[in-house]
Design a protein around this ligand. Structure first.
Ligand code: ZN
Length: 102
């Protein structure tokens, strides 16, 4: 995950940023979960609570959280920005910088 256990209630488990966190059911009530036990809860920022997968299989939620793990705090959006650059311009920001001798 993006977060150390000691900061699990301060930083979003997906993006790793400090934020007002929401308790989020891994398996939602509508799919037979919804209990407030520790193994059915994760802490996410509002943005990702809205976008979280509604699944009956907890593994999918964990894969979704782990897929965006970043090696350092507060780098999630920078990394996303570089991915977007490559998507838009068809080359990485590094390649572009090398070509321009920046
Ligand atoms: Zn977040």
């Amino acid at each position: 995950m993006s977060v150390d256990a000691s900061e699990a209630t301060e930083r979003c488990w997906r993006c790793g940023y400090e934020a007002r966190l929401e308790r989020c059911h891994i398996v939602p009530e509508a799919l037979g979960g919804g209990d407030d036990s520790a193994d059915n809860l994760v802490f996410l920022c509002k943005r990702f609570h809205i976008g979280d997968p509604n699944v009956s299989d907890p593994e999918i939620m964990w894969d979704w959280i782990r897929a965006y793990r970043t090696p350092f705090y507060d780098t999630f959006w920078a990394i996303e920005g570089f991915k977007e650059y490559e998507l838009i311009y068809g080359k990485s920001f590094d390649e572009e910088a090398r070509e321009r001798n920046i």
